[in-house]
Structures are given as C-alpha cells and as structure tokens.
Design a protein around this ligand. Structure first.
Ligand code: LLP
Length: 416
C-alpha cells in the first residue's frame, strides 16, 4: 500500500487530499499517515515473529506523541537517547519495561530518571558512564540491567555523519576492550550485564555490514559466557535504510534473515531499534511556493518551508523526492532549485531538480520526510516550527499545532 498516492491529478494522504489539508492547517505542514506507520511497524513484527523480539521504536526519528502513542498501541517499546525522549515516551504511554537507553553522553540526572522509571536496559557506551551508573544505582539501592554498546569498527557504507560503527566515532566501546569492561561491569555494585548492543549507523542499504557485525557479536557472547558473564539479550540497533529515490535497500526480512540465526546461536533474545523505516515514508512535508524567481540562468522555486523545517538536504546532501500536489502529468518539466526563505545559501530542499513547471502559490510535497524531519527542525531565522497533522482514512487532525510568535519568545526575558 502507498499511503501517499494520486487520485486523478491530486496527491492524497490516505483518503485526504493534501490540498485540503494545506487549506485547513496552513503550510509548512508535516502530514503523517497512520496506516503507513502501522504497516511499517507490522513489517518488523511479521518478519521477526519467529524470534518474538522487543521492537523499540527510535524516538529520535519522530517523537511526536501521537506517533509514540500509535507505537505503544502496536506493542512497541522505545529507543531513547535523552531524558527528554524518556519523558516523551512515558507521556505517550510506552511501557518503561520496554525502553532501552543509548547515547554517548548520558548525564547523571538522566540516568537517575531512567532508573526511577524502571527502563529495560541501559546501552552503556563508555567506562565513565558505567562507573557513573553504578554509583547512582547503588546509592538508590537499585540494579541496572546493562548492555555494552560495541563499536565493531565496521564500515556500513552510509553517509559519514550517520555512520556510528567506525572506530573514529564517539560511539560505543572498542570491541577489543569489551571483555575486560564486561568483567568490570560484573564486579560493580548496581550493575547487571545482561546484553550486547551494536548500532552500525543509519540509512544502511546493504545487509553485509549487519552480517559481519552479527558474527562478531555471537563470538563475543561466547567469549563472555566462557568467563561467566551470561548475556541473554542481543540489541542490533537501528533498522533498515529506506528508498528515497527508488534505490535498492534492505528490508526488515533481510535484517531478520541475519539477526534471528545470530540470536539463536548466541542464545539471546532480540532487541531492535528501528526509526526511519517506520516513520520515514509515513510522512511528508507540505510546502507552498511563495515566489517563482528567474535567476541568472536558473529558476528558483522559493517555498515557505526551509532548512529549519527539514535539515536533511543541506546537512547530509540528502535526496527527497518533491512532487507538485496537483499534477496532471502533462505539463513541461523544468530544472529548478527548490529553496526556502532562510538567509543561508545552504537553505535548499533540492538543487538542480527536474520538476514539472509550477506557478506561485502551488503546493509541493517533500516525500519521505516523516523521520528526522520535524524532530530535527529548529526556530532559525525566528521561524515558528511547522505544524504536524495525523491522517487516518478520511480523518485528520493536528498532532502539533503551529508555533506562534509568542512561542518563540516564551522562555526569554529582558535583562534589565
Ligand atoms: N538506535 C540508535 C542507538 C541510534 O543512534 C539510531 C539513529 C537508531 C537506533 C535509529 O536508526 P534508524 O532505524 O532510524 O536508522 N539524522 C540522520 C539520522 C541519524 C540517526 C541517528 N541514530 C538523518 O536524517 O539521516
């Protein structure tokens, strides 16, 4: 099923014409499809069903409460990386016993908050973090179930800013140091080593790095068991890369094909942390062309959404398909830079893009923007952040209202 599809000339989300949503809610507007969220989650549940894994939806990809509540309803847990994400997950009703906590720089107050909440597992990324967690847990009379996040130094072929499994990154514990650190963990008060964790990176489109990582983790589980440390959880980190421009990528079934046998041979239960492959194609960014500007040998479609709304194109050079909301397929195609109103040359949604000729006032849909879209947005240039709308069938409603100018200055005060 494709939740964003054309009905005649008009692009729709499920049964709602996007032009109607723009009229009702204004632009720029994030629009999410409940059916797509469910379908994407269920693809993991089905592919991994023989292993009955804990699927921890990655809050950072899209932490809107409505999305998180939908995930909770489907039985998902959460992968969090901050106290704020823990707060979001708990507020949305996600069971704390289904939450895992990763991140290289967890603060004491965040660790305490997660311990108090009773989360499932801390994915510890360094010795200092381990010692801090031990002190906090012991003084609270609690025991924290932990895994160590292993940095296996594997090139996952993704953009260097979204690769986390290489030794030059800040993430995880070098594989060679892991056995000693596990032994130390086992000796510390308040710490119970229960798992092994890895996260190679995001937007990985090849299964080979996962296969390599799984082989290494299975071997590590055996080494640890031989020294009396019995880890029974294997957390394989984030999910599949998605196809932004028709490119081939991995599927949940491909991941299951390598992870399930690995977990079986290691005698471990599986944890997964998918984000992008659940929220990515379930959302679009709807924007209106405010000006068509003919530059020196170039056409600019200047839109009301900019880099503050969707950072991915300037930050990673990411490609998002962009489609006119009304398109009969018969018009001329031109090449244009599709840009925002922000005062930066980096403020673009697409450069040199072939796109049907559009007029001022027309709507564009920036596709596959449901993950790392709104969650990375900012108020740069004092732009109130976009609103978010959830669609289910014919129903639609705000799941985040549009910020106001008052919101922009709410936490500020004059120094006098
Ligand atoms: N687990 C951990 C520990 C992570 O760091 C991440 C993503 C995930 C899970 C979820 O990975 P996914 O299933 O979404 O691939 N802003 C970038 C992506 C950064 C991803 C950071 N970590 C982008 O827009 O491409």
């Amino acid at each position: 099923m494709n939740s964003f599809h054309r009905h005649g000339d008009a692009l729709r989300c499920e049964e709602c014409p996007l032009a109607d949503l723009a009229e009702i809610y204004g632009t720029p507007l994030y629009v999410y499809s409940m059916a797509a969220l469910e379908e994407n989650f269920n693809a993991y549940r089905d592919a991994f069903s023989p292993a009955d894994p804990l699927i921890c939806y990655s809050v950072k990809s899209n932490g809107n409460l409505a999305v998180l509540r939908a995930m909770a309803g489907l039985g998902a847990g959460a992968d969090i990386v901050s106290g704020g994400e823990l707060f979001r997950a708990l507020t949305a009703g996600i069971d704390p016993g289904r939450i895992v906590y990763s991140g290289a720089g967890k603060r004491a107050d965040e660790l305490r908050m997660a311990l108090d909440a009773g989360i499932r597992m801390f994915n510890v990324e360094s010795e200092p973090e381990l010692l801090l967690l031990s002190r906090i847990a012991a003084s609270a009379g609690k025991t924290a179930d932990i895994s160590l996040r292993i940095n296996p130094d594997i090139d996952s072929g993704t953009h260097r800013y979204t690769a986390t499994g290489g030794k030059e990154t800040k993430f995880g514990v070098p594989e060679a140091d892991a056995p000693a650190l596990y032994r130390k963990a086992a000796s510390l008060p308040g710490i119970n080593p229960t798992g092994i964790d890895v996260h190679l990176g995001s937007q990985i489109t090849d299964i080979a790095p996962y296969r390599l990582a799984m082989e290494r983790l299975v071997a590590l589980a055996e080494t640890l068991r031989a020294s009396g440390i019995d880890c029974r959880v294997l957390d394989i980190g984030g999910g599949a890369g998605i196809s932004y421009n028709g490119e081939k990528t991995v599927t949940p079934a491909d991941l299951a094909g390598v992870a399930i046998p690995a977990a079986e041979s290691a005698g471990c239960a599986l944890v997964l942390e998918p984000g992008r492959s659940i929220a990515g194609n379930a959302g679009i960014l709807l924007t209106r062309i405010t000006h068509v500007k003919r530059g020196a040998g170039k056409t600019f479609y200047i839109c009301d959404a900019g880099m503050n709304d969707l950072m991915r194109p300037p930050l990673y050079g990411s490609y998002h398909r962009i489609e006119p909301v009304a398109d009969d397929g018969g018009g001329a195609v031109i090449t244009a830079d599709i840009v925002g109103p922000v005062c930066e040359t980096a403020d673009f949604l697409a450069l040199g893009r072939a796109i049907p000729e559009c007029r001022e006032g027309e709507l564009l849909a920036v596709m596959d923007a449901g993950a790392y879209g709104f969650s990375m947005s900012s108020n740069y240039n004092a732009r109130p952040r976009a609103a978010e709308v959830m669609v289910s069938g014919r129903k639609h409603r705000f799941v985040r209202s549009r910020e106001t100018y008052d919101d922009l200055v709410r936490n500020e005060m004059i120094f006098a």
